[in-house]
Write a protein that binds this ligand. Sequence first.
Ligand code: IMP
Ligand code: MG
Length: 175
Amino acid sequence: MNTDTKMSVLYTREEIDDAVKKLASKLTSTYAGKNPLVIGILKGSFIFLADLIRRLNFPLEIDFIRLSSYKDARESPGNVTITNNMTADVRDRHVLVIEDIVDSGVTIAFLIDYLKTKNPESVRICCLLDKPSRRQVPVKVDYTGLTVPDKFLVGYGLDWDEKFRNLPEIYCLED
Ligand code: IMP
Ligand code: MG
C-alpha cells in the first residue's frame, strides 16, 4: 500500500476475527440483559468496535469519546485530554470501554478515573491489543484480544501519523 514505509503483517484478518469472536463470547456472558453503555475511544477503536458489536446479540448503547495523549507519532504519552466528549449519561450504567491498544496505560487510567466521577454501576475495559511490556501506569484490562510485542503497530484502526487506519490487517512498522 505504501512503498516508503517498511511493514510486515503481524495479524491476518482471520486472526483478528478469531480474537474478536472470542471477546464477543466473553462479553455476551457478562453483559447480555444488562443494556451496557459501550464507549469507544476515538479514533483508533472504531473498526474494532464496529466488528465487535455486530457479534453482540443483545441490547446495548454506543457512545464515543475522543482522547488525545500522543502529541506526535511514536512520541511518549503526556497528559491526556478530552478532545470530544461523550453525551450519554453514565450514572448507574454498566460501562464497557472499547480501546484499540493499551500501551503505557495512561489513556485508560485517565478515562477510568474520569468515568468513576460520574457514578457508573460498573466500568470495565476491553482492548483488542495489549502491550504490557510498555506499561507506565498499572491498569486492569478486563478483556484482551491479543497480547502484542513492543512494536509499533498499524492497521485495523491504528495509525501512524493518521495513516494506515484503513488496512484490514495489523502490521508492525519496522524502524
Ligand atoms: P497509552 O500509552 O496506553 O495511553 O496509549 C494511548 C494510545 O496510543 C492508544 O489508544 C493508541 O491510539 C496509541 N498507541 C499506542 N500504541 C500504539 C501502536 O503501536 N500503534 C498505534 N497507536 C498506538
Ligand atoms: Mg491513536
